[in-house]
Design a protein around this ligand. Structure first.
Ligand code: AVI
Length: 323
């Protein structure tokens, strides 16, 4: 058995129903109305997000995979033999496999994820394909402090942090800096941090990526209201809201909103939330960082930017940062 620590011993840190209710009531009471994007990912939301990643309009996933494929050897050379790979979020997919295949005799793979189910499935699937790789999953909120499991064997090991997918873009710049600072503290001096960041580009590419013709992103966004109805007993009429994707050039971010199609009141327990026609719930930000802007953010978090790779069409970037 290669999965070094039994997941059964780990606490499930997924947000509970009370935290969900508190966030929803707080967000819908605010002006403008907002909901945290982390709640988009229930089982159906995660399934829809997987479909988004394969959409023709959603360029980030395939572009980052192609970049990683061409740069995996460079990353392996920078990491050296016997590295400890720490992934923030647990990927069972092609990105982590590309890295693991390229690294020379990695000493340990540490996927860190708040969802125990996701973590468990990802660790099991990787253990099957990499039978000699020690895997030590950590069920934790990677935006809060946690510690790394012990590394098998002897000798100093280079730690390599991996945060792909432009997930950094779903944080505010302040949250992104705080996350990067925490990751640097966790990984320690002499480590590497590899971050995938989406680049700013023409809205004619960005907007369809977040409002695809098949309506998958719209279903992903509206599913949040379905989840609130199911888990919190709210009375959202899904037909009375539509998905909207907006480019906000001043903030260099894509925004997802749910637009109320009419004046309406939505019950949730003892609350009733009033919506004017056209009023929106802001459900997600996806910040796009130019090369220099991201390097500045990384420096502010205490890193020394070492490399940045982009695809030929300058859609996406992978940053290598020295801790
Ligand atoms: C997970 N995250 C990086 C995606 C993004 O592009 O911001 C989430 C997403 N939202 C709509 N489409 C994809």
């Amino acid at each position: 058995m290669n999965v070094a620590r039994s997941l059964r011993e780990l606490q499930d840190l997924s947000p509970g129903l009370d935290e969900f209710r508190e966030s929803v009531v707080g967000g819908l009471s605010a002006s403008p109305k907002t909901l945290p994007c982390k709640f988009l990912y229930d089982a159906e939301g995660s399934r829809l997000f997987d479909r988004i990643c394969d959409l023709p309009e959603y360029y980030p996933t395939r572009t980052e995979v192609a970049l990683l494929r061409s740069r995996a050897g460079d990353i392996a050379a920078l990491a050296g033999p016997g590295a400890v790979l720490v992934e923030f979020g647990s990927g069972a997919g092609v990105k982590i496999r590309l890295l693991l295949e390229a690294l020379r005799e990695p000493a340990l793979y540490v996927p860190v994820d708040i969802s125990r189910d996701h973590l468990s499935a990802a660790a099991d699937s990787l253990a099957e394909d990499f039978p000699d790789l020690p895997i030590a999953p950590v069920c934790a909120d990677y935006t809060a402090p946690f510690s790394l499991p012990p590394v098998p064997g002897v000798g100093p090991r280079r730690r390599v942090g991996f945060f792909p997918g432009s997930t950094i873009g779903n944080f505010t710049p302040g949250e992104a800096t705080a996350f990067l600072r925490g990751a640097a503290r966790l990984l320690g001096p002499g480590s590497l941090m590899i971050v995938g960041a989406d680049l700013p580009k023409d809205p004619s590419i960005l907007v369809p990526a977040y409002d695809d013709a098949a309506g998958v992103t719209a279903a992903f966004n509206l599913n949040l209201l379905r989840r609130i109805n199911r888990e919190l007993g709210a009375g959202f009429d899904l037909a009375a809201f539509r998905h909207e994707a907006r480019w906000n050039p001043a903030e260099s971010r894509m925004e997802m909103h749910l637009v109320s199609l009419r004046a309406q009141e939505v019950p949730l327990g003892p609350h009733r939330f009033a919506f004017a026609e056209g009023e929106t719930i802001h459900t997600e930000n996806s910040y796009k960082y130019g090369r220099d802007a991201f390097a500045g953010l990384a420096r502010a978090a205490g890193y020394c930017p070492a490399e940045v790779w982009t695809d030929p069409a300058a859609l996406f970037s992978i940053h290598v940062l020295d801790v």
